[in-house]
Unconditional design. Sequence first.
Length: 417
Amino acid sequence: MFKRQTLLLPGALAVALLLSACEHFPSVLPAPESTAPTAAATPASCPPCAACPACPTAEKPQPPAFTRRFTAATWEDLPGWQKDDHSAAWPAFQQSCRGLAKRAGAEAWQAVCSRAEAVDGTSASAVRAFFERELRPYAVSTDDPQATEGMVTGYYEPLLLGSRQQSQRFAFPVHAVPDNLLTVELGDLFPELKGKRVRGRVEGNKLVPYWTRGEILAQEQQLPAKTLAWVNDPIELFFLQIQGSGRIRLPDGSLMRVNYADQNGHPYRSIGRLLVERGDLKLEEASMQGIQAWARANPSRLDELLNSNPSYVFFREMPASDDGPIGALGVPLTAERSIAIDPRSIPLGAPVFLATTRPNSSRPLQRLVMAQDTGGAIRGAVRADFFWGFGKEAGALAGRMKQNGRMWVLLPEGLAP
């Protein structure tokens, strides 16, 4: 079997693969250390999943140009800033400090994070005073400074039932990265494509796109990849791939954690959108819960529906921990205080004040969060995927969330745009 490796290819071949299988760095895979943030790919990540446009793994065609603007603001411009419990965001900010040390503007952030060590993180007023003293708020918009509103979706860490051994009950495999999956870093060939990669496999003496979801599943156990676990539900497994990370409860009651490791290089296609286009669901029914209900009511059509999305996510087992899943910043996510963003707009790791509403509601959701993750469906200047946490309740909230919102990025003086 082939060993995983990164290849440098001639320009023509790289471009051909780019057209067939291009993907950005994924939601839960730490982005490469560089002088500037790069775009990401999982859904987590999750990506808009068929159910939620928050799918971190969702891949979408990108516009030829990207614009975003930061406009200086005052703290009074941030609705709900004074009312937020800033101490609840402090643990997430400390996690960001760990990741920011390796990113663009590290020196400015290191100075801020160093002074944070003297702050009483249990005091909401002390934490708020620290942010007001050390950082400056900037309203995020497109190139039009009036276009300050965008979409806020949600994602979560699901719980599945499974086993390390295959059985009649546990029949659906959670695969590790195949030995024959190869990665081509396009930035090594074309600087303007830095942060982008293609994936493929060797067939004869050629590098060709990797197998699609349907082709992978058709191989059953012949796929050259380790099976980490077997789960009892193909629908739950599909949504695990969309979310990008999760936990599997084993027969002895212990929990196994899995995290996004890689992807087959094919773009994510929303099965929710497909169901709406075919008339099987109304637009308002295309939530995660609505899609799962349709799938369970139509078992004979399930394989055809799932295989309409050619993207397939591979996992790695993670150490047991009570922390959240690892995001693109390389640190654990914090429930209701971490978001996924487009790193072309928001610096990965930066504090962000988010003003939106709760799922299917007009009730305000206004709080300080940390930009600690990315996602293939998270594209645009004012775009966020709100991490709700672990379990069924978090999933119910994430699956229903598709709200309008505004964002302010908080930056040190040395990084002022």
